[in-house]
Design a protein around this ligand. Structure first.
Ligand code: AMP
Ligand code: MG
Length: 522
């Protein structure tokens, strides 16, 4: 058995529900409910992250033993674990949805990692909780593979995210109507153990605020600052100043997060306020997707297909909208809302600065001038019109000196011959202007290449790659999951022999469910 130490501050220091167990209910005046995972028939470990295991000090022999799968399927608790579901609300697709809570996630407790940092362990798909509403509390294998792989891929891209320790098959079936078209099917179930310093969301603050429970709201804010932002507790003695600094930092972290997503072409898919982490982590991997052919209007989420609220290009303003909802929820704690307004204004300034840095880095320039922002905008319009792969294009751009580049250099990044031909002349002009700009830039050839390689990944968890691993796993071959986990460990490096993982989307995946179309049914 592993020597894990737990310090379950959230359930110890914040008010809990008087009732325990999974009976569905409104929970008022409390931020969590005691509820144990529902055991599953036949837990079997499918994959784990060695890096996360090492952070927890878990040894590989124990991970390979049946006992590990039992614990991380929710069939057994280790000493010190305290199972609970968190209570929170949220704005879903622009509308206040009231109490939501962990409907299928159960926290096992806050482990203390080998470096002393807090790592809460949470099972997603562990069975019903008071917050399951009409649903079963379970998760299917296809979505669990996607969450497991993408959490780790995101981390290795250097983007803040919840992590994933393990992916366990339950040996049970779960019934899902994948496209809400009245054709439910039994699918294999799975459980992912997610890991993060905190799973508190914007919606965690919105719920007590919406109920007028300012005392509970204040307790949660001050708890969050003390536990997760200790550097603020040290610098500000005054409680209002401290809360103001904290909100500003939440704005800052959220901005940085969204700028990263825009840099690498990640579309979260469901940016409801219950899916925004107070730590600025990517959280709740559902119908997310990666941009293949550049298109700011693309969303992978079929549930959002009509209005496309959460489309790629809309993510920065949506993050701002969500921060505004958080500010509104926090307002009862402030006599004067100026600090909240200042935090929001900071979002805009920080985003612009970050976007300028990323623009320069993506183009391999030492600094970003105003005309470079226009240059990037013009390039994006060309990539969109020409149906050009975002990841492949930027990577290829860094591999050649602009003075040598012609549109022919990018043929492999294009999906359609006619669309490619339609941008050939303007792309040639763009490259010529870019070469002139490059001539004014101080970076030498190798510094430029290093900067661009570190900014424009070679490997991202393309939708079709994840789907291929899912299809193979359904046929009994889980090696695709392990291969992807391994490739995505070094997304910025060329990995000879692994070119197919960097290839553009194959034609079969263009309109295939799971590749370009995903629903919230998971
Ligand atoms: P999501 O869109 O995945 O963030 O989920 C929104 C809300 O629905 C959260 O409160 C989830 O816990 C809940 N939920 C989603 N799927 C299930 C499920 N299968 N069983 C219970 N609750 C669920
Ligand atoms: Mg959620």
């Amino acid at each position: 058995m592993p020597a894990l130490t737990f310090d379950n501050a959230f359930v110890r220091d914040l008010p809990g529900d008087a009732e325990s167990g999974p009976r569905r209910r409104e929970v008022v005046g409390a931020l969590h409910s005691a509820v144990e995972p529902t055991p599953v028939a036949q837990p079997r470990l499918v994959a784990h992250s060695p890096e996360v295991a090492a952070m927890l000090g878990l040894d590989e022999a124990w991970i390979a033993s049946p006992a590990f799968a039992e614990v991380f399927a929710g069939n057994a608790l280790l000493p010190g674990m305290q199972a609970s579901a968190a209570n929170y609300g949220g704005h879903q697709f622009g509308h206040w949805a009231g109490q939501l809570g962990d409907g299928r996630a159960i926290s096992l407790g806050e482990a203390i990692g080998v470096d002393g940092r807090r790592l809460e362990l949470q099972l997603k798909g562990a069975g019903p909780t008071p917050y399951s509403r009409g649903a079963d509390g379970r998760a299917v294998m296809r979505s669990s593979i996607r969450e497991f792989l993408c959490s780790e891929a995101m981390h290795h891209l250097g983007i803040p995210t919840t992590r994933a320790l393990s992916l366990v098959a339950t040996g049970e079936h779960v019934v899902r109507d994948m496209f809400y078209d009245g054709r439910p099917q039994a699918e294999p179930g799975a459980i992912v153990c997610r890991v993060a310093p905190s799973f508190v969301r914007f919606g965690s603050f919105e719920l007590p605020s919406s109920r007028g429970d300012t005392a509970l709201l204040a307790r949660l804010v001050d708890f969050t600052i003390a536990r997760d932002f200790p550097h603020l507790a040290d610098v500000e003695a005054d409680v209002t100043a401290r809360r103001s600094r904290w909100f500003a930092e939440v704005c800052e972290r959220t901005t940085v997060l969204v700028a990263h997503w825009m840099r690498v072409g990640f579309v979260h898919g469901v940016l409801n306020t219950d899916n925004l982490s107070i730590l600025g982590l990517t959280i709740d991997y559902g119908p997310y997707g990666w941009i293949d052919a550049f298109d700011p209007d693309w969303t992978p989420n079929t549930t959002d297909r009509e209005r496309r609220r959460y489309r790629f290009g809309q993510q920065p303003p949506i993050a701002y909208w969500n921060l505004s909802r958080l500010a509104q929820a926090l307002a009862p704690l402030f006599d004067d809302v100026a600090p909240l307004q200042a935090g929001l204004a900071q979002f805009v300034a920080t985003y612009e600065a970050q976007d300028a840095r990323d623009t320069a880095a993506k183009l391999g320039l030492a600094e970003c001038r105003d005309d470079d922002l226009e240059r990037m905008q013009a390039l994006r319009a060309l990539l969109h019109a020409g149906e050009v792969d975002m990841t492949l294009f930027f990577r290829a751009l860094g591999e050649i000196e602009p003075s040598d580049a012609t549109p022919a250099h990018f043929v492999d990044a294009c999906y359609d011959d006619a669309r490619r031909a339609s941008i050939e002349a303007p792309l040639a002009d763009w490259l010529e202007a870019y070469a002139a700009r490059r001539a004014e830039d101080p970076l030498d050839v190798s510094a430029r290449r290093t900067l661009m390689r570190a900014t424009n990944p070679r490997y991202v968890l393309r939708n079709w790659l994840a789907q291929e691993a899912i299809d193979r796993a359904a046929q009994g071959d889980e090696s695709g999951i392990h291969d992807l986990l391994d490739v995505m460990r070094h997304p910025y490096d060329d990995q000879p022999g692994r070119e197919r993982f960097a290839a553009r989307r194959p034609e079969w995946a263009r309109n295939r469910a799971g590749c370009s179309m995903l629903s919230c049914s998971s």
